[in-house]
Write a protein that binds this ligand. Structure first.
Ligand SMILES: [Zn+2]
Length: 342
């Protein structure tokens, strides 16, 4: 009887426990020298890439390196292009030449493009073809779910300057009255797609390069996002974005800047992030060489060495069930653990 009991335990352990124990949600911030490239691996093993960095082989190959070596995958199941600036959609055709991509989503082609940052749209159109989906506020990615643990939802809260409606009875946000506006943003950044990952009680917000006045619309008069655990600082941490009312309303525990050596975090953003009481840790891909006077986080939380391009990355792993998570800076051996807020 005793040996049967042990046998049953071993079968149970091999059959269920390891697969759940190895699941959870992973996110990697790939260094694309101040562009966007956020790669997620879902608990069910699908891959979601938000943005493809700049055109050319460099960023596409760094994304594939992380995809294969860190995530252990060989295809991208879902690609979300957040907006049509070259540091976000530029690498799409280069990626398509190198790796299979399932479904591509974008916020819809704009009428006018920046003379420099819009160059490359023809190549994108040709490479992507007709098989793309224009994301609208409220859309959810059709994801496979892990049979155990909570559901993962990846939802579009906003795109092309439109947002999800406020839920009925949503209380007005008291922080809105103190906020100041900036000049209307006529760039493509304003069209950025806003994506919220929800896994159990864990929440991660990636709003790409959304700018100041639109960030305010996300949380005023009613907070459409809720509270999050991890906030990818908007727009590489630049000061045209990261409205204090947004950051204070969503109360992140962790902020991540996918910045370049001379592209964020700006002094105003850095002040906002360090002055928001909920934030326990800020992570950067690069040292900010333009902002040396106290404008960088703790060096153990900066992936690349000062002034160098090592293409080191940042990683997040949310434990199965979503109750705890760790932030890793592999190049520094840093591992920080956090408890998910409820
Ligand atoms: Zn950008």
């Amino acid at each position: 009887m005793k040996s049967w009991g042990i046998f049953v335990m071993i079968v149970w352990f091999l059959g269920t426990s390891p697969s759940f124990a190895q699941s959870g949600l992973e996110v990697f911030w790939v260094d694309v020298e101040g562009g966007g490239a956020t790669l997620a691996v879902t608990p069910a093993g699908e891959t979601i890439l938000i943005d493809t960095g700049f055109p050319g082989p460099r960023d596409a190959e760094h994304i594939i390196e992380i995809l294969k070596n860190e995530a252990g995958k060989d295809r991208i199941d879902h690609l979300i292009v957040s907006h049509f600036d070259l540091d976000h959609y530029g690498g799409t055709a280069d990626l398509l030449e190198r790796v299979p991509i399932g479904q591509i989503y974008d916020p819809g082609y704009p009428d006018d493009l920046h003379p420099v940052w819009g160059k490359g749209l023809e190549r994108y159109r040709e490479a992507v073809g007709e098989d793309r989906i224009v994301l609208r506020p409220g859309d959810r990615l059709p994801l496979k779910q892990h049979p155990e643990g909570p559901e993962l939802s990846v939802r579009c809260l906003g795109a092309a300057q439109r947002f999800i409606p406020a839920r009925e009875g949503c209380p007005s946000n008291p922080l809105c009255s103190e906020s100041v506006s900036k000049a209307t943003d006529t760039s493509q950044n304003a069209n950025s797609t806003v994506i919220l990952f929800e896994y159990g009680s864990f929440d991660f917000l990636d709003a790409a390069d959304l700018t100041w006045n639109l960030e305010k619309e996300l949380v005023c008069p009613c907070n459409l996002v809720g509270k999050v655990d991890v906030y990818q600082a908007d727009h590489h941490g630049l000061d045209q974005s990261n409205h204090p009312v947004l950051v204070r309303s969503i109360e992140p525990t962790v902020a991540v800047c996918n910045n370049g050596p001379r592209k964020g975090p700006g002094p105003e953003t850095f002040k906002t992030l360090t002055g928001t009481g909920s934030i326990q840790a800020i992570y950067q891909i690069h040292w900010n060489l333009d902002n040396a006077e106290g404008g960088n986080t703790n060096p153990r939380r900066i992936a690349n060495p000062k002034g160098e391009m090592n293409y080191d990355f940042l990683a997040l792993r949310v434990a199965p069930g979503g109750e705890t998570y760790e932030m890793r800076v592999p190049s520094k051996g840093t591992v920080d653990n956090f408890r998910t807020k409820n």
